[in-house]
Design a protein around this ligand. Structure first.
Ligand SMILES: Nc1ncnc2c1ncn2[C@@H]1O[C@H](COP(=O)(O)OP(=O)(O)OP(=O)(O)O)[C@@H](O)[C@H]1O
Ligand SMILES: [Mg+2]
Length: 207
């Protein structure tokens, strides 16, 4: 699935006026590509991904496009890891039975090396495991596009390496389209041959 933005603008309204974060921004990511977008804190990376994900008023969210957030607490804390996944599967596949959903959840958890943690609650998992769990949820609902918002920034070096290798393997196997935003050039280089600088995409560098 191609992602195409053509001259989009996004403003936030504050008490003391408005801030234009995305200014005539254009971006094209062909299906199956893995693109990193790099930019400093506050430049508008999360804003950009949220807009693509359809969290904006005039866009529509879809299960084909899944966002993985900066925050490592994006799983429902009152559900086990397995139940987080099967809930998402049942919500996006009307009529699928509980057993079939659990089976799909297990396959996705196996893909990210977390099958043994099916019955664990998010608070019983490490930060790296929670992020891999969020990735598994995207796989479980068969999303085609992953929008990744600095998902590994809180992990230590070893866990980052594990997450990078896993993500690249999954990207190749599932033929996903990935937009990965980060402020870390090393990370961008490790993951993707295609690095875009936010300031080059945007009409001006936001202050
Ligand atoms: N809901 C909002 N309301 C008002 N202003 C916002 C809102 N969300 C973001 N902003 C502002 O928009 C700018 C860009 O924010 P954004 O979160 O997209 O940056 P970012 O590049 O993801 O930063 P970081 O690397 O720190 O995550 C910031 O100046 C921020 O204060
Ligand atoms: Mg951000």
């Amino acid at each position: 699935m191609d992602i195409k933005l053509n001259g989009v603008t996004k403003e936030y309204h504050h008490e003391d006026g408005k801030v234009r974060v995305l200014d005539n921004l254009s971006l094209e990511v062909p299906s199956g590509h893995f693109v990193s977008v790099i930019g400093p804190s506050g430049c508008g990376k999360t804003t950009l991904l949220k807009l693509i994900a359809g969290f904006d008023h005039d866009a529509k969210p879809s299960k084909d496009i899944f966002m993985i957030f900066q925050d490592s607490n994006q799983l429902f804390p009152w559900r086990t890891l397995g139940s987080n996944l099967s809930y998402a599967i049942m919500k996006t596949n009307k009529g699928i039975g509980k057993e079939k959903a659990a089976e799909k959840a297990k396959t996705a958890l196996e893909d990210v090396g977390l099958l043994d943690f099916y019955d664990y609650y998010p608070h019983q998992l490490s930060g790296g495991m929670k992020q891999r769990g969020a990735l598994a949820r995207a796989l479980a609902v068969e999303s085609k596009v992953l929008l990744m918002d600095e998902p590994f920034s809180s992990l230590d070096r070893d866990n980052k390496e594990i997450a990078y290798a896993l993500l690249l393997k999954i990207w190749r196997e599932k033929k996903l389209t990935i937009i990965f935003v980060t402020h870390d050039l090393e990370e961008a280089k490790k993951l993707s041959g295609q690095i875009l600088y936010f300031e080059d995409l945007n009409g001006k560098i936001p202050v």
